[in-house]
Design a binder for this molecule. Structure first.
Ligand SMILES: NC(=O)c1ccc[n+]([C@@H]2O[C@H](COP(=O)([O-])OP(=O)(O)OC[C@H]3O[C@@H](n4cnc5c(N)ncnc54)[C@H](OP(=O)(O)O)[C@@H]3O)[C@@H](O)[C@H]2O)c1
Length: 257
């Protein structure tokens, strides 16, 4: 899809990958609707003329308001980027259920609810792109954040299933699986800390601008999946070909936590 003139709704746009997407899509002529909880962060990230809606996406009301305000202002939504999300470190077997529900509310139910609401509109126009920001953790389970992986696997299945469901309706879905991106994701995550080895691998992380560029290109070339950096495909492939080996290595890393 060509970006110029398109209306793009981006969640989690006050910082990190979402803010970088706002800059990237604006520089290619998109009209933006941005949302996150922090109004000040949104203002700093927002290019001129962007519509800003501050609110917590774990709440139904915020999800409803952000879509209705976008349609009121622009009359259309061409691209929805479900980017808002958070990490949760710690063992799955001892994490309080309340925390698990919060995680799924933000990382899975919010994208699903926004997609349902936006699809009513997109299906009537027979055009649109749903972009879901998953993670490499949604392709290979990371034992220091198993529940986060669960939320991203769920988002991946939703993206692939909806692609088939909506095939004849002119609507496409794109799954984005970033590896390590330099943002405040780890500081903003709940639970404990990742293992030292994981923290050290930050030196291989890509910038949020590089990640946003890969996302924009993915939309332009009608991609199904974007894994960024591309080298992360090697881990996905290794998991498919040698699962016991990869699981053993991951378990060993997790024991150092
Ligand atoms: N960084 C990485 O290494 C990495 C790797 C793979 C995947 N990802 C995924 O990429 C996405 C963006 O992550 P990031 O690295 O940019 O993290 P980040 O810097 O922590 O940004 C997260 C964004 O989500 C918003 N957000 C958080 N909770 C929210 C809520 N309850 N309601 C509304 N907005 C909320 C935050 O804004 P407010 O605080 O203002 O609400 C912020 O704009 C996430 O889905 C994450 O899982 C990140």
């Amino acid at each position: 899809m060509r970006i110029e003139g398109k209306v793009v709704l981006i969640t989690g746009a006050s910082q990190g990958i979402g803010a970088a997407c706002a800059a990237e899509f604006a520089s290619h002529g998109a009209r933006l609707s941005l949302t996150a909880r922090t109004e000040e962060g949104l203002r700093q990230a927002a290019p001129k003329d962007a519509l800003l809606t501050a609110g917590d996406l774990t709440r139904d009301e915020t999800r409803r308001i952000v879509v209705s305000r976008t349609l009121e202002r622009f009359g259309a939504i061409d691209i929805l980027i479900n980017n808002a999300g958070a990490g949760l470190y710690g063992p799955s077997w001892s994490t309080p259920m309340e925390e698990v529900r919060w995680l799924m509310e933000l990382n899975f139910f919010a994208p699903l609810a926004l997609t349902q609401s936006v699809l009513t509109h997109m299906r009537s126009r027979r055009t649109g792109v749903i972009v879901n920001i998953g993670s490499i953790a949604g392709k290979v389970p990371l034992p220091w954040m198993t529940l986060y992986s669960v939320s991203k696997y769920a988002l991946g299945a939703l993206t692939e299933g909806q692609r088939m469901e909506l095939r004849r309706e002119g609507i496409r879905t794109l799954m984005v699986c970033p590896g390590y991106v330099k943002t405040a994701f780890q500081q903003n995550a709940r639970g404990g800390q990742p293992p030292e080895t994981v923290l050290l691998s930050r030196r291989f992380a890509i910038s949020s601008a590089e990640c946003a560029r890969a996302i924009r290109r993915g939309v332009e070339r009608d991609a199904r999946t974007v894994v960024t950096p591309r080298a992360a495909w090697l881990l996905v492939l290794a998991m498919r070909l040698f699962p016991a080996l990869v699981e053993g290595r991951m378990a060993a890393i997790n024991q150092t936590a």
